[in-house]
Design a protein around this ligand. Structure first.
Ligand code: ATP
Length: 285
């Protein structure tokens, strides 16, 4: 069986869905020696040779990254490494100067606007939670369930049975069932983060981008968030940018280290944290 891998990915990702397109585009690489057990999923997100320049400064420099279906990946790296810029490219906020960004095989993210990319099923959670403080937890989730991505979706306020069931599922999933009647503004910081994750899940994203979820959380909330994201990643792909190394350890997933706009190292946390280059530019500081 043919194996594919982007130029900077040492892992052999089985990329069945994107095979013919990548072959057409000329990305077919040589046979890899053997499958990597951490990467036996079809590619959902495929970035290759992405460069973003701001007035000549390369915030991303020939960045390549592949995320599989239902894979969670942690992205770490020093300030200014390009983590936010990478998320901005994936969500269409920033256009790369060069490179390929494909989603689910055939969707060229570099030619789509932010709304169209969200519609494809890419959800983004920023560091600061944005929930409707004056509304109850339950109503926040219901509003998100109502914000159906399909055109001509029902805009009646009275929730249907299906919508009620969905709200229950989501409240359960993000551990907020007991807080359903509380004002969102009265939740703890960690609970607000979970509420926003629940609102994003209401949109059924195939890929969830999460920016520093553990920042400002208590130790218990941080540990619970790792469990929550691991549950979510059973059925969806998740990319988590994080500086909290204990949280990254709890996620227990493949880690990509960015530095100066490129991938510096990739692999299990124990492996990358023993890498001299990673220690020098990030962990050893
Ligand atoms: N709009 C912009 N104009 C000019 N330079 C920018 C712009 N956006 C980002 N940069 C620069 O690009 C580099 C990468 O920034 P980016 O925010 O992507 O890094 P980061 O890894 O997310 O950092 P942090 O961990 O601090 O959030 C930085 O040097 C930043 O100053």
């Amino acid at each position: 069986m043919s194996m594919l891998s982007p130029s900077a990915d040492p892992y052999a990702v089985k990329s069945h869905g994107a095979l013919s397109l990548e072959a057409e585009l000329g990305f077919l690489k040589a046979e890899q020696p053997g499958p990597d057990p951490m990467a036996l999923t079809p590619a959902l997100l495929y970035l290759d040779n992405i460069t973003v320049s701001f007035d000549g400064f390369r915030a991303l420099n020939a960045l390549s990254l592949v995320i599989g279906e239902a894979e969670m990946r942690a992205i770490i790296g020093p300030n200014g490494a390009g983590k936010t810029t990478m998320m901005d490219v994936i969500t269409g906020k920033t256009r790369p100067n060069q490179g390929v960004a494909l989603f689910a095989g055939t969707n060229d993210l570099t030619s789509m606007d932010e709304a169209a990319i969200a519609q494809l099923g890419i959800g983004r959670k920023f560091q600061t939670p944005t929930v409707f403080d004056m509304h109850s937890v339950e109503d926040n989730i219901l509003l998100a369930v109502k914000a159906d991505r399909r055109p001509f979706a029902n805009i009646e306020w009275n929730p249907s049975r299906h919508e009620r069931e969905r709200v229950e599922e989501l409240l359960e999933r993000v551990r907020l069932k007991d807080s359903r009647h509380r004002r969102a503004g009265d939740l703890s910081h960690g609970q607000k983060q979970w509420l926003e994750i629940g609102m994003l899940l209401a949109q059924e994203p195939r890929l969830l981008l999460v920016d520093e979820p553990a920042a400002g959380m208590t130790d218990q909330e941080t540990a619970d968030t790792a469990v929550l994201l691991r549950e979510i990643a059973k059925t969806r792909s998740v990319v988590v940018v994080e500086h909290d190394m204990q949280f990254v350890r709890d996620l227990d997933v493949k880690v990509t280290v960015l530095h100066e706009g490129s991938v510096l190292a990739e692999g299990p946390l124990d492996q990358v944290s023993a890498d001299d280059r990673v220690i020098e530019v990030y962990l050893g500081r």
